[in-house]
Design a protein around this ligand. Structure first.
Ligand code: NAD
Ligand code: UGA
Length: 460
């Protein structure tokens, strides 16, 4: 089978950038990204590239180069499935919010809907690629749906999990550490490998069985999140012992067996995947009766919740045990820098906790809109929408946000925060002026010299 047309179902944070790069590197393949969300597709098709639904450095340039040539965004799902030889499924797989496995298992209803739709529409043989992150053995379900269509079509299922991180997605896609392809049908694996090999060196394209591929994705995220929880656990110990987390991270990171990356102590990890994927792993382990394995991984999430909570508690305790009626500026709402994604951002939980204590929040994020911030808060259902609106204010300027504030809490590690005029910031705040630096972004000595009461993670 020669691939001339690819369809990707799901135009989100993975589908959009991944397919844009595949299109860019394979100009002879027509790539169509489809989605049920018409608003999202319209934004992908917007002439104004600053209005793309996803902010990701380098993405707009690739979309500009390819859109309308061999990259298309559409709501015509059936048409794209019908005409393509290869179909990627890149829809969301959130944690279940109902029924069996609620709060732990992945909700696979969108995956199943895609499989049923492919089964209904397909008239010719297809290679179906799992791009979404899935529990091990999901391919079994997809296979069962596709192979019971009652027609003579051959479907080959591959697992090709995505390892990109938001904020660096384009670089990660252009220079991946590895591409993983799991499958049972040698020829189909080879066909997908060829598409990647137009820019990825062959030795980086790993081929495994389906189940190793599905499990490797969950395991990779679990290991990464575990590092963050590990360094955050040590950061709390630092605060009690006068050890300095930056010094400890450097010292342990220079051990080549440990490595220096992913050792930044923080307000706790956020993002749509770490928590979801670990909970999924925990659920999976429990469902096999592996309780010690489940408990081991669950602790990574428990520690992360603790880190978010203790950061907000520290603000309250330090501000003389009450933040009621006090203006607190939150710098950053995205779950990390260089993205407009706020899913599971620590900011949401920290803000919620401070609002429970009747703080007045002044929020500034260079890429996140007020609408999104309000939606994130309202989603928690902690108070009425009216109350959320009345006690939070969004600002376009960090200086306006900080004016007359008792404290600034740095939640996201945006580079621009380092470049502010902190003398000016100090001058416009109430005194004593506090900074709670949840990302260890600023220099403690400099901030103290300016006059700030400066608190950070993992430093006494
Ligand atoms: P997303 O929510 O941004 O995008 C998913 C899209 O799928 C949405 O636009 C939604 O409207 C669409 N969709 C859902 N059901 C559909 C259907 N039946 N037909 C057509 N469209 C449908 O999600 P995402 O962040 O892109 O994540 C997608 C998957 O990739 C998840 O499994 C996630 O775990 C995994 N993943 C995400 C990242 C990341 O950085 N966000 C990285 C690696 C893997
Ligand atoms: C993560 C993985 O890094 C990707 O490989 C994976 O594909 C993706 O999840 C996914 O499956 O969705 P992402 O969540 O986009 O990517 O971003 P990360 O850079 O991993 O950061 C996750 C969270 O951990 C962020 O809140 C970040 O601020 C935090 N973090 C990260 C720390 O607090 N300290 C660190 O040292 C590193």
């Amino acid at each position: 089978m020669k691939i001339t047309k690819i369809c990707c179902i799901g135009a989100g944070y993975v589908g959009g950038p991944t397919m844009a790069v595949i299109a860019k590197q394979n100009p002879n393949i027509k790539v169509t990204i489809v989605d049920i969300n018409a608003e999202r597709i319209a934004a992908w098709n917007d002439d104004d590239l600053s209005k793309l639904p996803i902010y990701e450095p380098g993405l707009a340039d690739i979309v500009k180069d390819t859109r309308g040539d061999n990259l298309f965004f559409s709501t015509e799902i059936d048409k794209a499935i019908d005409e393509s030889e290869m179909i990627f499924i890149s829809v969301n797989t959130p944690t279940k919010t109902y029924g069996k496995g609620k709060g732990m298992a992945s909700d696979l209803k969108y995956i199943e809907l895609c499989a049923r739709n492919i089964a209904k529409v397909a008239k010719t043989d297809k290679i179906v690629v799992e791009k979404s992150t899935l529990p091990v053995r999901t391919a079994e379900t997809i296979k069962s749906i596709l192979h019971n269509t009652g027609n003579d079509i051959n479907f080959h299922i591959l697992s090709n999990p995505e390892f990109l991180a938001e904020g660096t997605a384009i670089n990660d896609l252009l220079k991946p550490d590895r591409v993983l392809i799991g499958g049972e049908h040698e020829k189909s694996i080879q066909i997908l490998a060829e598409i990647y090999s137009s820019w990825v060196p062959k030795y980086k394209i790993l081929k495994t069985n389906l189940w190793s591929s599905e499990l490797s994705k969950l395991a990779a995220n679990a290991f990464l999140a575990q590092r963050v929880s590990s360094i955050n656990a040590i950061s709390e110990l630092c605060e009690h012992t006068e050890a300095n987390i930056n010094e400890v991270a450097k010292a342990i990171g220079m051990d080549s067996r440990i490595g220096s990356e992913f050792l930044n102590a923080s307000v706790g990890f956020g993002g749509s995947c770490f928590q979801k994927d670990i909970l999924n792993l925990v659920y999976l382990a429990r469902s096999y009766g592996l309780h010690e394995v489940a408990d081991y991984w669950e602790q990574v999430v428990i520690l992360n919740d603790h880190q978010k909570r203790r950061f907000s508690d520290r603000i309250i305790n330090t501000l003389y045990n009450t933040v009621s009626g006090k203006k607190i500026a939150l710098f950053g709402w995205a779950f990390k820098k260089d993205t407009n994604d706020t899913r599971e951002s620590a900011a949401i939980y920290i803000a919620n906790h401070l609002l429970n204590e009747q703080a007045k929040l002044a929020i500034y994020d260079p890429k996140v809109s007020e609408v999104k911030i309000q939606a994130d808060l309202n989603f928690l259902n902690s108070r009425s929408e009216k109350e959320n609106k009345a006690n939070t204010e969004n600002f376009q300027s960090p200086y306006e946000a900080a004016k007359n504030a008792h404290a600034i809490a740095i939640i996201t590690e945006w580079e621009e925060f380092k470049k502010y005029d902190w003398n000016k910031m100090y001058a416009i705040m109430k005194k004593p002026a506090f900074i709670f630096d949840g990302r260890n972004l600023l220099n403690k000595k400099e901030m103290n010299t300016i006059g700030f009461e400066y608190y950070t993670i993992g430093q006494y």
